[in-house]
Design a protein around this ligand. Sequence first.
Ligand SMILES: [Zn+2]
Length: 410
Amino acid sequence: MNSSILFYIIIAILLIQFIIETVLEYLNAKRYTDVVPSELSDVFDKEEYRKSQEYKKTNYRFGMVSTVFSLSLTLLFLILGGFEWIDTIARSYSDNPIVIALIFFGIIMIGNDIVTTPFSYYHTFVIEEKFGFNKSTKKLFWTDKFKGWIMMMILGGGILALIIWFFQWAGTNFWVYAWALISVFSLFMNLFYSRLIVPLFNKQTPLEEGNLKSKIEAYAKNVGFELKNIFVIDGSKRSTKANAYFSGFGKEKRITLYDTLINDLEEDEIVAVLAHEVGHYKRKHIIFNLSASILLTGLTLFILSIFINNPEVSLAIGVSQPSFHAALIGFGILYSPISEFTGLIMNAMSRKFEFQADDFAKKTFAPKPLITSLKKLSKNSLSNLTPHPAYVFVHYSHPPLMSRIQNLKA
Ligand SMILES: [Zn+2]
């Protein structure tokens, strides 16, 4: 296919994605003022609900401005030959394809970060601050960013360099080696993320002895779940929003509770949230998600290997000298409709898994404390009680509160 046709396809993909996204956001926003179902009438009082709707509207407007901004910038960049310009800079420093690719992506990452940082800064210190969620300080914001950059340079740069090295050495068969590398890496991350990465950003302490711990242990024993690692993380240093999650498997499996969760919920409610997390483990959702993402990575890399030697893919983004790194950008955009589609399937699976984990908690513990905890968590994050079904279908990895409560009461 001719590279100028591919160029127009790339522009069309970006525009169509923007239009779909805008329509979905608009449909969802129109429902903000819907009547709250009677089941959920006790989540907020009148004043809180007004605040929650104000929060959603503010985020809606903010989202629109930032999407329009980033789309315009991407289109301008493509049309004015931005990638060619960066490619020329990168090539002026080295002849080595790996070094060129690292400089090329390095400039894109830094440029992107400079452009998006004002938005995330505004979101944290103006919007989240105004609604009382933000606990982060400016110093913490910047050190987080700095640590994120260092991590990206080491991990992202290392993986990219290895993949290009595989390509030089194995040609189009590089995808098999790249697949093995990424699979091992994600398996490793899944196992050791809490041990290696989380400590860079947060403090984790074992849950202290006491009533809550004995209740959790009694529950775990009851369902035959070996639980040695229960940690409390200081989420409160960044936000008032609460959470709990499960990570790892085998000996490395652990449950992490946010300190905000422990402060906001009763002991029974915490055990119910934990029972839900154990449900994910017992129903093998963690293994499923990991396998699915490894298989999807394999598929993506295989398709990439078909297109990577096609110079038109590089030329389509306006780069005159075809290369692995330029083709990677072109491919990334051309492939995005397929990844949107697999994303829809993964979200649908995830919503199904949430119901299964809720059912597990309902059967092995009790439905009531889970219902009240979900209500409290929704209240604390000012979450949307009346989302549009189309928006839920595309974006929600968890079913809306209303459906979860209906399922728990059934
Ligand atoms: Zn869940």
